[in-house]
Ligand binder design. Structure first.
Ligand code: ADE
Length: 226
């Protein structure tokens, strides 16, 4: 998968996307993330990419021209499956969106700043608008990093244990069951017996029941979805 990200602060994306699993995904050639500094397409030598909003009001708006030039430049070599704008008024990101996005080959993310981007870029280029939650970040970069991480780990071959993403919280609308590792008895705190007995069917049944109980207790809304 190839992901291009347009940003005025690409440095914000470096650390989250160049460590741990995202780093390994890129080293294995399964994921390519390229960040593009919007200021390359600034309208003047001062690096201007934003301007006052028509109609007045506080806050700057990211201008059409730099974004138009950045997007069309990238489109000249890549056909994007989706052009995604990160914005608090987008659809709230969740696991099923991550699953669907992970099936694509080429994604372009646009990170907004200030008051956001000129509406005409949204109208003419953006195919999907995503929020990572009901709060306002100072820019779209951290949201882009969250989404790239969530979808990158779903690409086949990225996780070592190919099946482990299947048992994540939210797959099947259930939270994940509890997990334990050695020792079996720590300070008298014992691991549930069924996990020590080595019967895969019983383990699976226990995990399902535990996941269901946890979901009912913590997130009953998930059980009502779909
Ligand atoms: N930009 C600012 N706030 C955001 C949010 N909650 N989700 C996505 N992009 C954003």
């Amino acid at each position: 998968m190839n992901i291009d990200i347009i940003s005025v602060v690409p440095e914000l994306l470096e650390s989250p996307l160049n460590h741990s699993i995202m780093k390994r995904a890129q080293e294995k050639g399964l994921l390519q993330v390229r960040t593009h500094n919007l200021r390359q397409w600034a309208i003047n030598k001062h690096g201007q990419v934003d301007d006052y909003q028509y109609g007045g009001g506080a806050g700057m708006v990211m201008m059409c021209e730099p974004l138009y030039n950045a997007i069309t430049h990238l489109q000249s070599t890549t056909t994007y499956d989706e052009i995604i704008y990160l914005t608090p008024d987008g659809a709230t990101f969740n696991q099923s969106m991550a699953n669907r996005l992970s099936l694509h080959q080429n994604l372009l993310f646009i990170c907004g700043h200030y008051k956001g981007i000129d509406q005409r870029i949204r109208d003419h280029f953006v195919t999907k608008e995503i929020s990572i939650g009901d709060y306002v970040l100072s820019g779209g970069e951290l949201a882009a990093a969250v989404i790239v991480d969530a979808i990158g780990r779903l690409i086949p071959g990225v996780l070592n244990d190919e099946t482990s993403a299947l048992f994540d919280s939210f797959q099947d609308n259930l939270l994940a069951p509890p997990v334990y590792t050695r020792p079996a008895d720590f300070n008298g705190w014992k691991v549930p017996e069924v996990l020590l007995q080595g019967d895969p069917k019983k383990v699976e049944a226990w995990r399902y029941e535990a996941a269901l109980a946890i979901t009912k207790a913590k997130r009953p809304d998930l059980l009502k979805e779909e």
